[in-house]
Design a binder for this molecule. Structure first.
Ligand code: GDP
Ligand code: GDP
Length: 443
C-alpha cells in the first residue's frame, strides 16, 4: 500500500506550496467532509518508482465562530490519524513560534514518524538560523524551499527510506501477489457514503461463493474478500471502510479519501458507484478524475436505478455526459443493488474491463493497424515535414500502452492520436480501460 504523508504546520509556512511540489498534478482530490468548514487536500506523489499519498492540511481560513486554532487542531488531528508519517513544516523566516511549539507537543504524543522541514530556506542549506529548530527535539531539521524546489528530494528520501520494510520480500503493491492467486481480479468498489457499496457487496456475497475472508487487525484495517463468479476469481479490496458485522458488511466510517486512493492504486479494476437519487455530484466527479489519473480500468454503475422516475432518469443521463464525459472509455451501467437488477451485465463489464486492461498486443498486429490507419487517413503535415509512422509495439499493460515509432512524430496532433486510439480500441475491443499512445521519433 502506498504510504501516506501528512503536511502539518501553522498557516503560511508553505504547506500548500510544498504539497504542489510533492504531487504530480495540481488537481488534488478534495475531500469535502461534512461538518468541516475547510477541506483537506489529497494528492499523489512519486519519487523515482516510490509512490506515496500526501495530505495537506493547509488552506483553512480564520473563522471567528470556531476559532482558528480549534479548526487547525481538528484538521491536524484528522490528517495525522490517517498518515503513516508527518512532515512538520516550519518557516525559517519567522523562527520557532509559540504555535509551532504547540503543534510539536501534540505531534510528539502521536507516535508517528515526524520529519521537520524548515521552509523558505532557499540558499540556506547550513545557515545558523536552522539551529533553533533542533529545539523541537524531533530530529535533524531539513532545510527546504518549497517555492524554489530545494531540499525536497532529500527530505522525501528520508521520509520514504523510513518506510522501507525491514521484512524481506514483502510485496509493496499488488503486482507480485497476483501470480499466487491465479489471476484473481483485484476489484475496488469506490463511491461516496450511502451510494450502496455495502448493499452491493452483501448482495454479491450472498449470491457468490465466498472463498476466503481476512481482516487484519491493524490500525488501517483493510478488508479483503475473495470470491468467485462463473469460475472467475475476484479479490475485493476494501474501499468503503467496511466492517464485517455477523454475516454482513457495513460501512463503519465516513468516506475515507486515503482508503479510496489506496484501494484504487491496489486494484486492477475499479467499480465507481453513483447514487441515482442524488445525481452525479462534484465528489463523484473528483473520484472519477482520480481513477482516470491512476490509469486503472473502470466501470461506472449508477445504483438505485429502481428508485427514480423517468424524469430523474433523463436528468442523470445528461449529467453523465456533462460531468463524467472525460471517462469516455468507461462503460456505464444502471443497477439496483437492493433489487438485484443489472448485476449480470455488471459482472460482464468488470471482467471485460479487466481483460481489456491486460490485452496482449503484438508488434506485427499493432504495426499493421498503424499502417492501415495511415492509409485510411494521413496525419497532417506539420511545418515542412509530414509525420511518418513506422511501427508500433506494446509498452505496458493496465493501462495498455502503445508505443509508436517513426519520424517527425512531434507534429502528430491530438486529434490524430485520438483517431489512432480509436482504431486500436476497435480492433482489440478495448472497453473500460484507458489506452495510452506514446510517440517516439528516431532522428
Ligand atoms: P500554507 O498556509 O502553509 O499552505 O502556506 P502557503 O503554501 O500558502 O504559502 C504561504 C506563503 O509563503 C505564500 O506566499 C508562498 O508563496 C510563500 N512560500 C511558500 N514556500 C516558500 C519558499 O520556499 N520560499 C519563500 N520565500 N516563500 C515561500
Ligand atoms: P454505502 O455507505 O455506500 O455502503 O451504502 P449502503 O449500502 O449502506 O446503502 C445506503 C442506503 O441506500 C441504504 O439504506 C440502502 O438500503 C440503500 N440502497 C442501496 N442500494 C440501493 C438500491 O439499489 N436501491 C435503493 N432504492 N436503495 C438502495
Amino acid at each position: 500500500m502506498k504510504p501516506v504523508i501528512a503536511l502539518v504546520g501553522r498557516p503560511n509556512v508553505g504547506k500548500s506550496t510544498l504539497f504542489n511540489r510533492m504531487t504530480k498534478s495540481r488537481d488534488a482530490i478534495v475531500a469535502d467532509f461534512a461538518g468541516l468548514t475547510r477541506d483537506r487536500h489529497y494528492g499523489d506523489g512519486r519519487l523515482g518508482d516510490r509512490e506515496f499519498i500526501v495530505i495537506d492540511t493547509g488552506g483553512f481560513e480564520p473563522d471567528s465562530s470556531t476559532g482558528i486554532v480549534k479548526e487547525m487542531a481538528k484538521q491536524t488531528r484528522q490528517a495525522v490519524a490517517e498518515a503513516d508519517a508527518v512532515i512538520f513544516v516550519l518557516d525559517v523566516r519567522t523562527g520557532l513560534a509559540g504555535q509551532d511549539q504547540d503543534i510539536g507537543r501534540y505531534l510528539r504524543q502521536c507516535n508517528k514518524r515526524v520529519f521537520v522541514a524548515v521552509n523558505k530556506a532557499e540558499g540556506m542549506s547550513d545557515s545558523p538560523l536552522l539551529a533553533e529548530f533542533h529545539e523541537l527535539g524531533m530530529g535533524e531539521p531539513h532545510p527546504v524551499s518549497a517555492a524554489h524546489g530545494q531540499g525536497i528530494r532529500s527530505l522525501l528520501e528520508a521520509v520514504l527510506d523510513s518506510f522501507e520494510a525491514p521484512v524481506e520480500g514483502e510485496a509493496f503493491e499488488g503486482e507480485g501477489a497476483e501470480e499466487d492467486e491465479s489471476k484473481a481480479i483485484r476489484l475496488a468498489v469506490a463511491g461516496r457514503p450511502n451510494v450502496g457499496k455495502s448493499t452491493l457487496i452483501n448482495t454479491w456475497l450472498g449470491e457468490e461463493r465466498l472463498v476466503a475472508f481476512d481482516m487484519p487487525g491493524t490500525t488501517r484495517d483493510a478488508i479483503s474478500v475473495d470470491f468467485e463468479r462463473n469460475g472467475q476469481k475476484f479479490k475485493l479490496i476494501d474501499t468503503a471502510g467496511l466492517r464485517r458485522k455477523g454475516k454482513v458488511f457495513e460501512a463503519i466510517e465516513k468516506f475515507s479519501v486515503v482508503k479510496t486512493l489506496q484501494a484504487i492504486a491496489d486494484a486492477n479494476v475499479v467499480l465507481l458507484l453513483i447514487d441515482a437519487t442524488q445525481g452525479v455530484t462534484d465528489q463523484d466527479a473528483h473520484i472519477a478524475g482520480y481513477i482516470l489519473d491512476s490509469g486503472r480500468a473502470v466501470v461506472v454503475a449508477i445504483n438505485k436505478w429502481d428508485a427514480i422516475d423517468s424524469y430523474q432518469r433523463e436528468t442523470i443521463e445528461r449529467q453523465i455526459l456533462t460531468r463524467l464525459g472525460f471517462l469516455r472509455f468507461a462503460p456505464i451501467l444502471k443497477i439496483s443493488a437492493l433489487k438485484r437488477q443489472g448485476l449480470g451485465p455488471l459482472w460482464k463489464a468488470l471482467a471485460d474491463a479487466y481483460s481489456s486492461a491486460y490485452r496482449k498486443m503484438t508488434t506485427p498486429v499493432l504495426t499493421r493497424l498503424i499502417q492501415e490507419a495511415v492509409q485510411h487517413q494521413q496525419p497532417q503535415r506539420a511545418g515542412i515535414s509530414r509525420p511518418k509512422l513506422r511501427y508500433a509495439h506494446q509498452g505496458g499493460m493496465n493501462p495498455p500502452i502503445v508505443v509508436i515509432h517513426g519520424n517527425a512524430l512531434d507534429g502528430v496532433s491530438d486529434v490524430y492520436k485520438r483517431y489512432l486510439e480509436g482504431r486500436i480500441r476497435d480492433h482489440y475491443k478495448l472497453v473500460g480501460t484507458p489506452l495510452r499512445i506514446e510517440l517516439r521519433s528516431s532522428k
